[in-house]
Design a protein around this ligand. Structure first.
Ligand code: HEM
Length: 358
């Protein structure tokens, strides 16, 4: 598994963090949701990236029209027309990918081989759920991708900023990856053993969750608070996330980034589970809480860790001179700095993950 051949020193190169993270997450997400064929299709990736922006502009423009005129306005407004064209094209590409699979399955049956190609991805799952009923696979794909790519890209960006130039941390993370992959192979079972990485990502999310608030609810009945107040039925409310980065009783030295904070917390009785990245608790509302907590948190944790294993083994990165990433605030939303730049340098990886798939 150890790579012997590596002679070039490619030197440091600047990268724009947001566009790089967006490309990586869009490809990975497409691999899981839409499958191998579409995740390598440039047009598909471009649509999944652009769709969320087009949808935001189109909805913002449509809101300016009175409700009863919106159907007509949607036919005229350039943003809505672009959105329809993107959805239409996504349908064509997804249907073509589905058809390729059906043809493959038919051929497999004709030649009567025992070996059939099976797919484990969103495209296949949607086909199974549809059970022959008509549906628009492009619409279905874009609906899930819409909430998935931006949030995960944002988490990855923050992790890249928080780890930039921290050589000791990178060495410790590399040691962990090498030890875990050597013991468990490059398998799904290996990933939960990446405990320092798990803690480091959770710490990034603690200091920069998706918003100043994480939970929005509209109570179905009056809620009587223990201190005596009432949240009346039907009145929407939000719960602050501020304790995550400001409460020193919960998190000593709360504003400092400590990559191993949750690794240490895991060893404290009662916190073994809640200190893990995909867990939720009132102390860390990065995924929300309760029945409506983010259902994709296990998937996201897995996706980001797999990607980080590759990045950490294959690259060094540091902030570009003068770059001091700042969390941006849009209303109650928080976003990793969209303008940050890193210097990135290829390194010789100690183990070859690309060749280690089992
Ligand atoms: C880093 C990435 C992500 C973060 C930080 C995140 C965070 C959140 C948060 C804070 C909530 C609100 C939970 C609550 O109200 O208690 C939520 C809900 C939700 N998320 Fe995520 N999310 C991420 C990725 C994803 C992805 C990739 C998907 C889909 C594949 C997804 C699908 C959803 C859905 C469907 C809900 C609504 C759940 C419900 O109302 O029952 N999220 N997410």
């Amino acid at each position: 598994m150890v790579r012997e051949m590596w002679t070039d020193d490619p030197g440091w190169r600047p990268i724009q963090v947001e566009s790089t993270a967006l490309q990586m997450i869009a490809h990975l997400t497409a691999g899981v949701f839409a499958g191998r064929q579409l995740c390598r299709d440039r047009e598909w990736i471009d649509i999944t990236i652009q769709y969320s922006m087009t949808a935001m502009v189109a909805s913002e423009q449509l809101w300016r029209w009175p409700g009863w005129t919106r159907r007509l306005a949607a036919r005229i407004l350039p943003s809505c027309r672009l959105l329809s064209a993107q959805v239409q094209r996504a349908d064509e590409l997804a249907m073509a990918a589905s058809q390729t699979r059906k043809n493959e399955a038919a051929t497999t049956r004709e030649v009567r081989t025992e070996q059939s190609t099976s797919y484990h991805d969103g495209l296949e799952w949607m086909e199974e759920c549809a059970r022959g009923r008509p549906y628009r696979p492009g619409v279905a794909q874009l609906s899930v991708t819409l909430g998935a790519v931006g949030t995960t890209k944002d988490l990855l960006m923050q992790v890249l900023y928080d780890t930039a130039g921290k050589d000791d941390l990178m060495d410790a993370l590399r040691e962990e990856i090498i030890a875990v992959v050597s013991e468990h192979g490059w398998t799904k079972a290996a990933i939960p053993n990446l405990q320092l990485m798990d803690s480091m990502i959770k710490e990034s999310q603690r200091l920069k969750p998706v918003g100043i608030t994480g939970i929005r609810r509209t109570p179905a009945t009056d809620i009587h608070l223990s201190e005596g107040g009432i949240v009346p039925k039907g009145v929407p409310f939000e719960i602050s996330n501020m304790h995550m980065w400001a409460d020193a009783d919960l998190y000593p030295n709360p504003r400092s980034f400590q990559a191993d904070r949750f690794l240490r917390l895991r060893r404290v009785s009662g916190h073994e589970a809640t200190a893990q990245l995909a867990s939720m608790s009132a102390d860390h509302l990065g995924w929300g809480l309760g029945r409506n907590a983010c259902p994709a948190r296990f998937f996201v944790a897995m996706e980001v860790k797999v990607l980080l294993c590759h990045l950490i083994l294959k690259y060094d990165w540091t902030l570009e001179d003068g770059c001091l990433p700042e969390v941006r605030r849009y209303g109650t939303f928080l976003s990793a700095d969209p303008e940050g730049k890193l210097l990135v340098r290829r390194r010789r990886e100690e183990i070859d993950l690309d060749g280690a798939l089992v």
